[in-house]
Write a protein that binds this ligand. Structure first.
Ligand SMILES: NC(=O)c1ccc[n+]([C@@H]2O[C@H](COP(=O)([O-])OP(=O)(O)OC[C@H]3O[C@@H](n4cnc5c(N)ncnc54)[C@H](OP(=O)(O)O)[C@@H]3O)[C@@H](O)[C@H]2O)c1
Length: 285
């Protein structure tokens, strides 16, 4: 099977590439390609950019404007990429007979008061959430289209961990939110889920998978765990963001999955265990 990784410079794609099983053909696409990549801009692609995508191939679509603040402040530009360009691209892949995995977000679910699984109604928050939901809906019911709705994806290289590490390096006190409660999911589980879906795509009747970790955690919980496991000299204060911050993202999104454990073949990894895995390798990768 041929894998097409769209958005190969993204945080998730950079860790996905090394774990795709040996023997698979992998073609990577980027807006500004290097020598090993093909060029693909979601807003201006043409048929020849897609010539390698064939029937039965697996397209992993990671490219997007992933910042909720950018989607709020530059709506038209973000819409052109996250909705118009993304839908045109998915439609072209499906018409070529390929199978598509689209990366959505738990922001589609919206603010929750109780835990939400994949079968429950959604209420997207902010432009970013509405854009992701628009794409989910556009291809709902097509058996060659599946969706991973990601919670916050933890790894040593995620934005928040990089912020904490930079504070330690500079000797600064980190400002950490007692907010943004999410079922934080380990990047290792996200990668395993992509690999597993590549092998079992047609076996799943559901189209949406929540990629949710087992615990509802805020950023302060993550900082505490980082301090404990990384053994670093992190010092931090805890604050609550202002109301404008929550216009683009709800404070609490509690999700679980009816399918993820079966897809992975094991329960999703808890944060402390994930942190231990990430820091067991002392070298930053
Ligand atoms: N990381 C998370 O915690 C999380 C949570 C929920 C959902 N997601 C979703 O998962 C996916 C991957 O997330 P990520 O954090 O790995 O993303 P990321 O690091 O922000 O990378 C986004 C990628 O999209 C590319 N891109 C942007 N506009 C493009 C365009 N017009 N044409 C082609 N490529 C374009 C970027 O390329 P350039 O380098 O050229 O800008 C970059 O490679 C995204 O769809 C995101 O919304 C992520």
């Amino acid at each position: 099977m041929t894998w097409h990784i769209i958005g190969s410079s993204s945080y998730i794609a950079s860790r996905l590439m090394p774990v795709i099983p040996a023997g698979e053909t992998v073609i990577r696409y980027a807006r500004q390609p290097n020598a090993d990549e093909r060029k693909l801009d979601l807003t201006v692609f043409c048929e020849s950019d897609l010539e390698k995508i064939r029937s039965g191939d697996f397209v992993v679509l990671l490219a997007a404007i992933s910042s909720p603040d950018f989607c709020r402040d530059h709506e038209a530009e973000a819409y052109a990429i996250n909705v118009t360009g993304t839908e045109n691209f998915i439609r072209a892949c499906l018409s070529r007979g390929a199978r598509v995995l689209f990366f959505s977000s738990d922001v589609v679910v919206g603010a929750t008061e109780t835990v939400h699984d994949e079968t429950m109604p959604v209420s997207p928050v902010g432009n970013y959430g509405s854009m992701k939901r628009a794409v989910e809906r556009a291809f709902a019911g097509d058996p060659r289209f599946k969706v991973f709705r990601l919670s916050y994806v933890f790894s040593r290289q995620d934005k928040f961990l990089r912020y904490l590490a930079s504070c330690v390096e500079k000797g600064e006190t980190a400002d950490v939110f007692q907010a943004l409660y999410r079922n934080v999911v380990y990047l290792g589980d996200v990668l395993s889920a992509v690999i597993a879906l590549g092998k079992s795509f047609d076996c799943w009747e559901n189209s949406i998978f929540h990629l949710s970790g087992p615990e509802l955690l805020c950023r302060a919980d993550m900082a505490m765990c980082y301090q404990k496991i990384s053994m670093s000299e992190l010092s931090y204060t805890v604050s609550i963001p202002d109301a404008r911050f929550f216009e683009a993202r709800p404070n609490v999104i509690e999700t679980r999955s009816l399918y993820l454990q079966d897809l992975l073949g094991h329960p999703a990894t808890a944060l402390e265990k994930a942190m231990q895995i990430e820091f067991s390798n002392t070298k930053e990768s």
